[in-house]
Design a protein. Structure first.
Length: 302
């Protein structure tokens, strides 16, 4: 019979701040398994402390907070929770698109400040029907977003490192080379994984290729985007707006430039934040550990 220890830090267990490094090091030193969340950074220092550590299971799809290659060299299995949050993230992505194109968040702020009457006629958005959406990175979440966008009569195209003809046929979407996708899309959705190769994938060079007046939605990882380049594109009118659920620094500071921009909608990394999804993610992270000790393999290994 195993023993389970819970670190109680007084905040949300889903906080992107993570638990203190010294706590993770101590836990790695004493435990055979760690169940962690996206804010908990498992780096070389933590893994070196884990003489007994056999598995790290994260309640997330992304594993950019874990040094996966070093873990493998140390013989530590890494597990995650894919698939279960696909619908929740896709729903939020479409919600962010509507919020930024119809200025919903700005309208809400104006009403609460008593200024709505003075600017009512200027809160003009754009229609969704007949526009083109370009999805950058067509994984499970990208496919789910595409399926939802088609219901709005939006033309959907995508770029991915691997072309997916079966999805093109099933959903009636088009593959495009990246530069063509960026220059012709009214809405750009970023859904690719963050790796050392994709960090700052959207930089000044790529934003310069975007269709003028496009809207940019990121529900993947903040590290995929050069934030300074994004702000420049927004200020120059290259982008009409952006809707972001993820940031290179989380939580985003209240005084950050992005927080002062009326054409930006911000949410604090809540893509998976539904009761059903978060419950299942927590269960699956634990089930990965149970499966590992029973069968030698987690349900979803990285």
């Amino acid at each position: 019979m195993g023993r389970v220890e819970v670190y109680r830090h007084g905040g949300s267990p889903w906080s992107t701040r993570g638990v203190p490094k010294e706590v993770l090091i101590d836990a790695a030193r004493r435990c055979e398994a760690l169940v962690i969340f996206i804010g908990d950074v498992i780096d070389k220092e933590v893994l070196d402390a884990g003489e007994k550590l056999k598995i790290v299971s994260t309640a997330s799809v992304g594993v950019d907070h874990i040094d996966v290659e070093y873990a493998k060299r140390k013989g530590v299995v890494v597990a995650h929770t894919p698939y279960v949050l696909v619908d929740a993230v896709a729903d939020l992505a479409v919600g962010l698109l509507i919020a930024v194109t119809r200025k919903i968040a700005l309208g809400d702020r104006l009403i609460r400040s008593g200024a709505a009457d003075a600017v009512w006629g200027s809160l003009m958005g754009v229609n969704l029907r007949g526009k083109r959406a370009g999805i950058v990175g067509l994984g499970n979440i990208g496919v789910a977003i595409a399926r939802r966008l088609k219901a709005f009569d939006i033309e959907v195209a995508y770029w991915s490192r691997r072309r997916k003809p079966e999805v093109e046929f099933a959903l009636g979407i088009e593959y495009m080379e990246l530069d063509s996708l960026l220059s012709s899309s009214d809405f750009i959705f970023l859904t690719m994984a963050l790796t050392p190769e994709t960090r700052w994938f959207f930089n000044r060079e790529r934003f310069a290729k975007v269709k003028r007046g496009a809207y940019f939605i990121n529900v993947a990882r903040g590290g995929l985007v050069d934030t300074d380049a994004l702000i420049e594109a927004l200020e120059a009118g290259v982008l009409a707006g952006a809707a972001l659920d993820v940031f290179d620094v989380e939580p985003l500071p209240a005084r950050h430039k992005l927080a002062s921009m009326d054409n930006v909608v911000l949410t604090p990394h809540i893509g998976s934040a539904t009761v059903e999804t978060r419950r299942r993610m927590a269960e699956l992270a634990a089930e990965n550990v149970v499966s590992f000790f029973r069968t030698g393999r987690p349900i979803y290994a990285v």
